[in-house]
Unconditional design. Structure first.
Ligand SMILES: [Zn+2]
Length: 145
């Protein structure tokens, strides 16, 4: 399947970049050239990267569970009280700029819930890490303005 192949090559690219960063001496420097991290910044950095390292699998996208009526006039979904169709557990995510939607079974949603939660936490941690890094490099005396 073409989509699976595209996803796989994207994943390979990510691994390749991570490998390069690792071998270029990336990671968690104790000290930047001209900026000393405060004790508080260092412990925050350790907390974030530690949590990132133990996060586990992450599933992107959002799930909406809904019930609904169909277009048929004579259907139990129009009864009083109505017997609605569903629930439909609709998982939506972006893939190469396009919205992709798939329906999950109840069991799948139960299984995947922790993976969705992990992804939400991943995004929070990435933002925290970015904010922390921005505040650290802000103290760099080499800024001209
Ligand atoms: Zn119906």
């Amino acid at each position: 399947m073409a989509r699976a192949a595209a996803e796989r090559s994207e994943a390979d690219a990510t691994v390749h970049i991570l490998w390069q960063m690792d071998h270029a001496g990336g990671g968690m420097p104790e000290k930047l050239c001209a900026v000393e991290l405060t004790t508080r910044q260092r412990s925050k950095l350790e907390r974030i990267t530690g949590e990132l390292g133990s996060l586990g699998m992450c599933l992107p996208g959002s799930v909406v569970v809904r019930t609904g009526r169909c277009g048929k006039v004579a259907c139990s979904c129009r009864d009083d009280p109505p017997k609605l169709h569903g629930p439909f557990r609709s998982w939506t995510r972006k893939l190469a700029g396009k919205t992709v939607t798939r329906l999950l079974t109840e069991e799948q949603l139960d299984d995947y819930r922790v993976l969705f939660d992990n992804h939400r936490r991943l995004k929070e941690l990435v933002h925290e890490l970015e904010d922390l890094t921005l505040s650290i490099i802000d103290a760099d005396p080499r800024w001209k303005t």
